[in-house]
Ligand binder design. Sequence first.
Ligand code: KIV
Length: 266
Amino acid sequence: MRKKTTIPHILKMKQNGQRITVLTAYDYPFARLVDNGGVDIILVGDSAGVVVAGHDTTLPVTMDEMLYHVRSVKRSAPKALLVADMPFMSYQTSIEDACRNCGRMIKEGGAEAVKVEGGSNIAHVIRAVSSIDIPVMAHIGLTPQSIHRMGGYKVQGRADQAERIMDDAFAVQHAGAFAVVLEGIPATLAAEISAELTIPTIGIGAGPYCDGQVLVIHDILGLCEKYSPKFVKRYADIAPLIISAVEQYVAEVRNGEFPAEEHSFS
Ligand code: KIV
């Protein structure tokens, strides 16, 4: 039987050169499916704000919304490690806010780790939260909560920015992060960071040389029709299946074919 994935297991995977698989999930049914598919880590991403709630950015997502998603995923009792994304303004304002809100994800949500965006600028938060035994996954490079500073979702770490991203990677590792997401950076830079760090790197739009990969479940299933970034690979196209099922239902209710006798009580 598959064992529960833990932080030491994830660290060992890097040491053994085993690639780490991560997908997002936001609710009970998808968490069950994703876990049954065998991923190592389920990330309850604040991307929920975009792919579930329909916002243009992740900025409006609240602690209460994230707690709702994390609890829903937790009820699926995943074997995968459960990581909760911290929403914008839940950890940037003070160490006290960060510890309290990260603690809520563990205590009230049932998460086993949290993720925060930022490098050197947020290292003090990573240090404080890790010091109270809440494992922290860092997230550097293209950090969606910094959309206004970046002026859009743009690749980071090209040319003169590369050194800053490398410094961020060392800063989060030094602060105690157990892993770091590298988003939207050149593959060569991600390869260099992955070779230098002792903690696992999890890439998204960061090429093939990271220690693991993460994608948004709605993107790989073709559920997000609005926009599909270059780094996404679509493994299924389920939107047309859903539309066709709905069309069939609508037609059958209208023509009296559904419900039939077998769907009715005597
Ligand atoms: O919010 C999210 O889903 C994420 C991943 C895409 C890394 O941060």
